[in-house]
Design a protein around this ligand. Structure first.
Ligand code: SAH
Length: 344
């Protein structure tokens, strides 16, 4: 019998899979406590449980399936890039972002990425498969084990397009947000999508009320299709409308992500057009902000970053139009852990 990954199971599924084992209800709570609160990595560590039960759990389940095969820490800001190997010998990445009293992890949702953004190294990496719910949450547990730090923020901004892995994404959101499991606040969980409109609506209706990021990167549909070849076919205005729907339904926050590439999408005219598009789609609100991301260099790409002066100019135009805009400081750039650099 192949052992099941216990982290793949929801609480109900766990109860069902143990129904033939004589187990009291409070013991399910103890199991969850050992897994998510105490962050045990072997069943042997479940020290307040009967030895027999520990052996049964070990016979039925595995608690860790990922192996850390490489770890690089930035000398600039302590950002750490983890390369994981899965049970089927595939590789993917997650990034630990330390902060004062608030650590986050940028998790992957897929191995490789089928969207193929031309400026992103994940997009240039061969796509293999979705990550399971267990593999998604295990990234955070492994990093907590390795760093001995608590993680209080999760960003679905690693490899992959979360909208293409809906069930595992939502089940992992259940786990991250549950007080009995990770207990992360909804304001500290951000799901990023390249603009899959039905997904945005479906996620809004699910009422997780986590934050949403939409990767826009262009104000011109023709140019956007070139930059993001597998972009689900939605126009910019439909994507922004979906963002508006999300805000109304969830009362959460929306970030419009905009990677600035030299002589491509960084002109003052682009900034004015972005402001106009946001105004037309009712996104000039205190709940919406634009993240200006300086393009991070990647292999096999002729794109160049925009100058700092240009980024500032872009930001000032947005501000002048009452739009909150922040310039994202690249993290872990010396180890290839910044946005768009998670590929091989
Ligand atoms: N597929 C989702 C999740 C990935 S998030 C999405 O696209 O939203 C990764 C973020 O990094 C996206 O906003 C992406 O566009 C951005 N990014 C990709 N390549 C980059 C690069 N070379 N420099 C800066 N940001 C980049």
């Amino acid at each position: 019998m192949v052992k099941q990954h216990i982290l793949d199971l929801t609480k109900i599924q766990l109860i069902n899979s143990l129904k033939n084992v004589i187990i009291k209800e409070y013991q399910i709570g103890q199991i969850l406590d050992w897994i998510y609160i105490k962050k045990a990595y072997t069943f042997e560590q479940f020290s307040n449980m009967h030895k027999e039960l520990r052996i049964t759990l070990d016979r039925k389940f595995v608690l860790r399936t990922l192996k850390i095969i490489k770890k690089e820490k930035s000398l600039i800001d302590g950002t750490t890039r983890y390369a994981f190997q899965t049970y089927d010998k595939k590789r993917f990445f997650a990034v630990f972002l330390p902060g004062k009293g608030h650590n986050s992890v940028c998790v992957s949702s897929q191995i490789g990425c089928p969207i193929s953004c031309v400026f992103c190294s994940s997009g240039k990496t061969k796509y293999y498969r979705n990550l399971s719910k267990g593999e998604i949450v295990e990234q955070v547990l492994q990093i907590e084990n390795d760093t001995n730090e608590r993680v209080s923020g999760v960003l679905f901004m690693g490899m992959g397009e979360p909208s293409l892995n809906f069930d595992n994404l939502t089940q992992s959101l259940d786990s991250f947000l549950s007080k009995k499991e990770f207990g992360i606040g909804k304001r500290h969980v951000t799901v990023s999508s390249v603009g899959n409109v039905p997904f945005v609506k479906k996620l809004a209706d699910k009422k997780y009320n986590s934050r949403l990021a939409l990767s826009l990167h262009s104000v011109d549909d023709k140019q956007r299709r070139k930059l993001i070849p597998n972009n689900f076919g939605f126009d910019i205005k439909d994507i922004l409308k979906a963002g508006n729907y999300y805000l109304k339904k969830t009362n959460s926050r929306l970030t419009v992500e905009y990677v600035l590439i030299k002589d491509m999408n960084d002109s003052s005219a682009c900034a004015h057009k972005l402001a106009r598009l946001m105004r037309q789609n009712h996104l000039v609100t205190p709940q919406t902000q634009v993240n200006l991301i300086p393009f991070n260099p990647i292999n096999k790409s002729d794109f160049q970053p925009t100058s700092f002066e240009n980024i500032e100019k872009f930001k000032i135009i947005l501000k002048f139009n009452a739009i909150t805009a922040t310039i994202r400081k690249p993290k872990g750039i010396d180890i290839g852990a910044a946005c768009g650099q998670l590929g091989y």
